[in-house]
Design a protein around this ligand. Sequence first.
Ligand code: FAD
Ligand code: NAP
Length: 536
Amino acid sequence: MADFDAVVVGAGFAGLYMLHKLRGLGLTCRVLEAGSGVGGTWFWNRYPGARCDVESFSYSYSFSEEIQQDWNCSHRYAMQPEILAYANFVADRLDLRRDIGFGTRVSAAHYDEQQQYWFVDTSGQGSFRARFLIMATGCLSVPKVPDLPGLANFRGEVLHTADWPREGYDFAGKRVGVVGTGSSGVQAIPIIARQAGHLTVFQRTPNFSIPAWNGPLPESQRQQMKNDYRALRTKARNSYAGDYADEYYLSILEMTPEAREEAFEKRWREGGFNYQYAFRDLMDNAAANELAADFVRRKIRAIVRDAATAERLCPRDHPIGAKRLCVDSEYYETYNRPNVTLVDIKSDPITGFSADGLKTRSTRYPLDTLVLATGFDAMTGALTAIDIRGRRRESLKDRWRDGAGAYLGLAVAGFPNMFVITGPGSPSVLANVILAIEQHVEWLGDFLRHAKAHGITEIEADAAAEDSWMAGVRDSADRTLYPQANSWYMGANVPGKPRVFMPYVDGFQVYEAACKEVAAAGYRGFHLARATDVAA
Ligand code: FAD
Ligand code: NAP
């Protein structure tokens, strides 16, 4: 059995930075990664059109001045191959690969209370013993394959956006169906439509999408951003969303109707998430939210020529922003193409599949290829897929049966020395995730340095501290419109999953201040023990 100070699971942006941090602390570490390369999300999600929805200059590591100066992003929103190349660039630059075991899926991790060690098992790639277990398994890393009736009968190709063939896929001339119109579907649909013979989109629920207005970054702008990096990163670090755009400076309800229309139009023209974050009342006032939602619906009607199709694309079942906004390139325009059909499977549900197509209650659709853009078992799926057992062999899956939680979104009572990067109860997916990762890795790095300096061998979240933290997370969410959507933030996209709002909604900057305060108070809410304390 191989022995390390720490085992890190996952080699996405979280695992890569964690490894670098642990090395800097002089700790031995092994990263275990199921995939055959680094990059996590960007390794797996290779579907056409995949790219970031936080701008490239923000969606990148800030911890190394050298890396941020040497990397060049080509577009406002980089495409998947470029982001994957960036992850590889970082791995090479920091010489990370030699401590990563690729093709290694962690199947179990059990804590031995006497020894204060985690024993980690993999599917055929060996076992490991480590003092610390750091789960960098990602919030969106377990693809959700829906239980579509009779799918096994279909003899055509079935592809999931989050497990896309590495060699790509040629849609030329094919009859293609897409199920799913979240961010993945919204990005993939315009590109597939340009290649396919015919594309049928099977939509259950429409989402709000804001244009990306993506394009190449001129060299002068790139240089300017690099020169301004220090100020931009500071601004992001002190913001709600972990980004450097101006936010929360307008109130929808306080504006005159004319000023409001102008403000919506301006944010629509600028594109991206600022349509949400510019307005301080958008997520906590239903009337304000409805005005912002209505503006987008009017845009959809203006873009999509067929009135019935436009109406089908207009979201009405949730407040805008309560599901993650999509950021698109010609998504609505795609429905003006003669080779694209939109089917509403809420009113005309899928009833089955034949060898060569899909059937709804009213119609048969011949298909060569079915693309599932059906999302993820988000926030918890990668963790509950592993047999994780803490004190008294309690399983994490059982612990989270009624809803996931972690103290600071980082540590779970009863699971000592285990830490979850961007876990439930932290800003994670409501922030620029790379910055959320950096903050967790850095805070945890400081904690482990403190532990090393003081001979602490066991760190455990206090159960009451965890409960109170998660009660705060829920109370804050309940003061917003977020819980009003059947979103993956709520676990609502996975049948049987408890409905608990998982991310921390009070803002990245407020969260980071809370973490700093916990550290300054001697890591309040954690039990710290030395091996001798336990022996005694
Ligand atoms: P991941 O990148 O998901 O990496 C986790 C790794 O853990 C994976 O490689 C996985 O194989 C591995 N793993 C999981 N379980 C095991 C196991 N049992 N054994 C071994 N290995 C395991 N966020 C943003 O902020 N901005 C964006 O623009 C953005 N765009 C996105 C686009 C897509 C298509 C998706 C799906 C997500 C996007 N996100 C975005 C969220 C994105 O997941 C994060 O930004 C970030 O990449 C997460 O990094 P991570 O290292 O935490 O997790
Ligand atoms: P998602 O937002 O969960 O969307 C899944 C889609 O599949 C929804 O339209 C859903 O419909 C549909 N669906 C699921 N099960 C279905 C079923 N049984 N029958 C019919 N339809 C079904 O997943 P995603 O699009 O992969 O995005 C997940 C998250 O990943 C995003 O919110 C974002 O955070 C991140 N992401 C970001 C980008 C980016 O732009 N950078 C791109 C992709 C993903 P319902 O709504 O009715 O459930």
